[in-house]
Design a protein around this ligand. Structure first.
Ligand code: ATP
Ligand code: MG
Length: 318
């Protein structure tokens, strides 16, 4: 199974929109083989936007969700669902994030139990799914960057999503660091809500290439048009995925283009979350000296309230 996360700490840039619609786009291009599914994992446990697109009537407050699994209150079988909103999406499995509250903040920390749960989640999904799409939180998330240190452990690849604003691009800087530390590939930056006629947007694209070192990373920029149909589809009652709502929009065409690019980059081999956390320790010094990025300081990584000592003791550095 290949696991792709859609990430940016900045809210509202289109992670959920792109991630959800891309599952539909990929399904249109290629069905999973051998009875397997594509799974959408809603790691954003605050917004529930993915759940609304998948099943607007899902009882998020009472049904078992990913949050309950991580808190030890539900089994994996209980939190994976099929998509019954649309018949043609029978290959689409869904893990709803659930609504996390202040009492649940401890769920998202990098304790041994939580990392073991991520290992179990991946092993479970390996048997059932060919591709996993992870919808990550934005600033509505809880402890922000700290959460990303935890759940990005499950990803093989991160697709960065930004809208054409400086702060949206800048917010990706830290995520690239985490991806490098965990040896997670960064194949694409999706520049969403893009207007090719806007000089400002084109300038921001150039800025992103330089500021984030995309060439050195080997990451390609993929633009997705700003499209009124996207807003229209979200404002329906209940909302619909744009790709389903109108296949002929510029957005839907861009989604298919992204689907082709994603399918054209197969990934071989994967590390378990617990192996990735081990990598952090082996690689951290080396990676922080990486030449192509300036102004990196080691302190930056330790300026987080994570119990790294506990992790280091448990997970052998390879
Ligand atoms: N290509 C697009 N064109 C026009 N509007 C868009 C496009 N993509 C997303 N939007 C709009 O942006 C809004 C935010 O999108 P979305 O919820 O997917 O962002 P997000 O990054 O997942 O946010 P959060 O961080 O809160 O989870 C939506 O209401 C949607 O209508
Ligand atoms: Mg979202």
């Amino acid at each position: 199974m290949r696991c792709i996360a859609f990430a940016n700490l900045k809210g509202g840039c289109g992670k959920t929109t792109v991630c959800f619609n891309l599952v539909l786009g990929v399904l249109e291009r290629r069905k999973p083989q051998n009875g397997k599914k594509y799974v959408y994992i809603e790691f954003d446990m605050g917004a529930g936007g993915g759940t609304v697109l998948w099943n607007p009537f899902f009882p998020l407050n009472s049904a078992p969700t990913l949050k309950d699994y991580l808190a030890g209150k539900a089994g994996l079988e209980d939190v994976i669902f099929l998509c019954d909103r649309y018949d043609e999406y029978g290959y689409f499995a869904f893990i709803p994030g659930g609504k996390i509250g202040p009492e649940d903040f401890g769920v998202l920390n990098s304790s041994h139990e939580a990392i073991d749960k991520l290992d179990a989640l991946i092993s479970f999904l390996e048997k059932k799914c060919e591709l996993a799409f992870v919808d990550c939180p934005g600033e509505a998330g809880f402890s922000g960057l700290k959460d990303y240190y935890f759940f990005l452990l499950i990803a093989d690849e991160v697709i960065l999503v930004a809208d054409p604003r400086i702060d949206s691009v800048k917010a990706l800087d830290n995520l690239i660091d985490i991806a490098l530390l965990y040896e997670i590939r960064v194949p694409f930056l999706v520049l969403n809500k893009f207007n090719v006629r806007s000089r400002r947007h084109r300038e921001i694209m150039d800025y992103a290439v330089k500021k984030l070192g995309l060439r050195e990373l080997g990451a390609k920029i993929v633009t997705i048009h700003a499209d009124k149909k996207v807003e229209e589809s979200w404002s329906l009652m209940p909302p619909e995925p744009t790709f389903y709502f109108d296949r002929k929009t510029s957005f839907s065409r861009d989604i298919l283009r992204l689907a082709d690019l994603v399918l054209g980059k197969p990934v071989k081999g994967r590390l378990k979350p617990s192996q990735k956390i081990g990598l952090l320790w082996k690689e951290v010094r080396k990676k922080l000296r990486v030449k192509w990025r300036k102004n990196r300081t080691r302190e930056k990584y330790f300026d987080l309230d994570l119990d790294f000592g506990e992790i280091e003791g448990k997970y052998e550095v390879q």
